[in-house]
Structure formats: structure tokens, C-alpha cells
Design a binder for this molecule. Structure first.
Ligand SMILES: [Mg+2]
Length: 112
């Protein structure tokens, strides 16, 4: 069962506001605000996205991933997400409404 279908999975119970707060508090406790300029965070998203790609670089398209590989990829996805959350937070961007509006735009651009 995918976590999206499981009502007991943390993803089903955790809000974007909560995970934004986790990342903001972690950053504030370490006084990293001075480093978290939008430019630096945007670059960090791309760098962490490349770390996801690195796991797939030489794999055959039908390769089966080991549990360890899946966990490592999950950690890189978490790195991307944490920088996305932090960038949105630093820039005062509301992710839910922004994503919703962008999906409306995408639906118009790519009709079913
Ligand atoms: Mg990483």
C-alpha cells in the first residue's frame, strides 16, 4: 500500500505547515538564516535533485532497487523537500495555494 492510500501513514496526518516548521526551527536553532538566501536555497534544491539522479545514473530502466537504495533515494528526496520548504518559507510563499493554482494552469495547458 502506498502511503497516499494509507490513512495511518504520517503523510496522511502531517500538514505542510508542520513540516515547514520543522525545517524552519532546525535552521533557526543553528543560526543558518544568514546562509538561507533564495539564491543559495535554489542552488541547493538543484544540487540535491542531482543527488537523486546519481542513484539512477547507470541503472537499466527495468532495474530493481534494493531496500538500501530506496532508503538512500528517500533521504535525497527529503533533502530536496527540506530546501523547497525552506525556500518557500524564506520567500513567504504559501505552497498549498501556489501548487493548486499551478495545477489549474497545467490543466489548461495540458487538457485530458
Ligand atoms: Mg543530499
Amino acid at each position: 500500500m502506498h502511503s497516499i492510500d494509507n490513512p495511518n501513514a504520517p503523510d496522511a496526518k502531517t500538514t505542510i505547515a508542520e513540516i515547514k516548521r520543522w525545517v524552519d526551527e532546525f535552521s533557526t536553532e543553528r543560526d543558518w538564516g544568514k546562509f538561507h538566501l533564495p539564491k543559495n536555497l535554489a542552488m541547493s534544491i538543484a544540487i540535491e535533485a542531482a543527488e537523486i539522479m546519481e542513484h539512477f545514473q547507470w541503472l537499466e530502466p527495468d532495474a530493481t532497487l534494493s531496500l538500501e537504495q530506496r532508503q538512500q533515494i528517500g533521504e535525497e528526496i527529503a533533502d530536496v523537500l527540506s530546501y523547497v520548504l525552506r525556500l518557500a518559507s524564506v520567500m513567504g510563499i504559501d505552497l498549498a495555494s501556489t501548487l493548486e493554482a499551478k495545477m489549474v494552469k497545467n490543466a489548461q495547458k495540458y487538457p485530458v
